[in-house]
Design a protein around this ligand. Sequence first.
Ligand code: GAL
Length: 685
Amino acid sequence: MEKLLDGTKFTLGVCYYPEHWPETMWETDLARMLESGIEVIRVAEFAWSLTEPEEGRFTFCFFDRFLDLCQEKGMKVIFGTPTAAPPAWLTKKYPEVLNAHPDGKRLEHGGRRHYNYNSPVYREKTALIVEKLAEHFGGHPAIIGWQIDNELNCEMDEFYSEADHCAFRIFLQDKYRTLEELNRAWGTVFWNQTYTDWEEIILPKRTRSGNPNPHALLDYARFISKSARDFALLQSSILRKYVKKNDFITTNGRFDHLDNHELTKESLDFYTYDSYPDMSYNTDGGRQPSGLRDRESSQSLSEVRSVSPVFGIMEQQSGPNGWTTCMMAPAPKPGQMTLWTMQSIAHGADFVSYFRWRTCTFGTEMYWHGILDYSGRENRRIAELRDIRQKLNLIQEAAGGRYRAEAAVVKDYDNCWDLRIDMWHRDLEAVSQPAIFAAAQKLHTPLDYVYLSEEGTSMPLSSYKVLIYAHPCIMTETRAAVLKEYVAEGGILILGCRSGYKDLDGHCVMQDLPGLLHPLSGADIPEFTRTCPGDSPVRIRWGEKSFEAPVFNDILQPLTEDEEPAETLGIYENCYYAGKGALLCHRYGKGMVYSLGTVFTEELAAAFLEETNVAEPERETLELPESCELSIREKNGSKYYFVLNYSGNPVTVGVKSPLFSLFDSVPVGREMVLEPFGTAVLKKG
Ligand code: GAL
């Protein structure tokens, strides 16, 4: 097999646990997978005890036998390092490797992810097992790649072990050098928190009762991210010594308190994601106001694309899901397994590996079903898998294609972490992010996510006509300069309320607001307020339309000293600031900046996409019902339209220019009917 993600093909895989089944089943399982279109399996990510059953005694025969069989059958393998679940002998002998609750009470053995990244013993034991596994299996011809750990920061993204307290102090010493500088950055003069010795510093706890220092919490988030990255780097630098030339290193998932972009740059060849679209509505009880349900997963997939433009799915939902302790999701309805696979592919995945082959008959996940049920009998899902393989054979030419979007949402980790700490900030993003995404979805407007940092951007900003930076509360000189350049060169930037009021330490700035965005936005904010839930909703008049302006209101006015002052496009309709500015538009260089005084509701986000002419970029080609998502991947001058119907009813799509249906190998007529949960890949050019 050529390299995975080489831009020539879509590959299917499955997660397999040879240790869960009698060895006599391996051969038929592998043969059946291959016959169903599975070419790659991921194994071993929780199998530490099988290779180091007691401290320092390594045994490889189990996976030797399994990998040799894979090689004989022609199955390719992604091998996982087992560090997400340390063995009982290890946690018993070295309890300091365990993570702890905020009160210091250690976690216990019996689940997974109960370790901490910073324990010197755990790092030593990790380095040893990874070295032994890589040394022994690295050259095995069946292996094509390695997965580090499993879902870093999943289930547990808070760390309070003794080792973490110590490592935090070292992290802070590296960052601040002197206690004076730390005391300044954390504003410790407030409430007499001043530190006089590094040893006085402990990890801040996120409990409301402690009212922890917000600046310390921001550093805590950065510290956790750095700890997870260093843990991955420890493993990847060992793996690199042994892996074969074309083999890759990846890790799966996308969890909080982790700078996935830096992690990938430092340690991975590409990123893989675990996609369980059903969970996004069944577990949350369908609470999303947008009503997007499983389509909401496209937002996560879009964020993954910002890390790796072409990526893999290590775990793709294939069955009804649930643990014995939580979560309950029904079986995918006929067509939904295909729909979710195509959702991943539409967003940039060239490799999709299902979770899991056969459902385990024991353990916490015995209701987390895979393709097959417990008996392994033929079922609807394996039939659908075979059909997916046939479909992918028909669209191979689109593999490697780059997702095409004219609009992007800008994000950065400092603000992402700040909003977990600061409820004033969180309440803004909680409305704006889902609303912007939903508006783009319903207007069939492909959307990217771009991450900004002090080092640069995850994609060149100039690739986009429009950027929405919803609430960049934290702003820096460097980032403001990047935005200025983007706008000066002709870009359109849309900013929401509360922009630019904090610095990188999370302190509020003393400049007039929006702080460092003052000259660029051409806006001045003499006054602002949170809206009051009991009052009648504040509204904005923008042209002919009136919009709700919930959560927060910046009262805006054009900067008077500006040569070309901003234009007031929208005003507040009620409250004591009725008639004052709610939306400004400012020409800057060849581009334009919109400043909105409130959060982005779905209606406002849709209005901005229309106003800036990026809504429905393919309206001359396709007429799509609201239930359909449109994604476009481009390759060698051709466009591939992925049309995905998330509704359980058939829908009709209008086709206005010549397109070729790759699934049917025929040109499409003026209309095309998509079945319930149906998908189509249409080629132009
Ligand atoms: C993922 C995890 C898998 C499995 C799956 C189903 O988050 O990586 O190991 O637990 O969920 O629960």
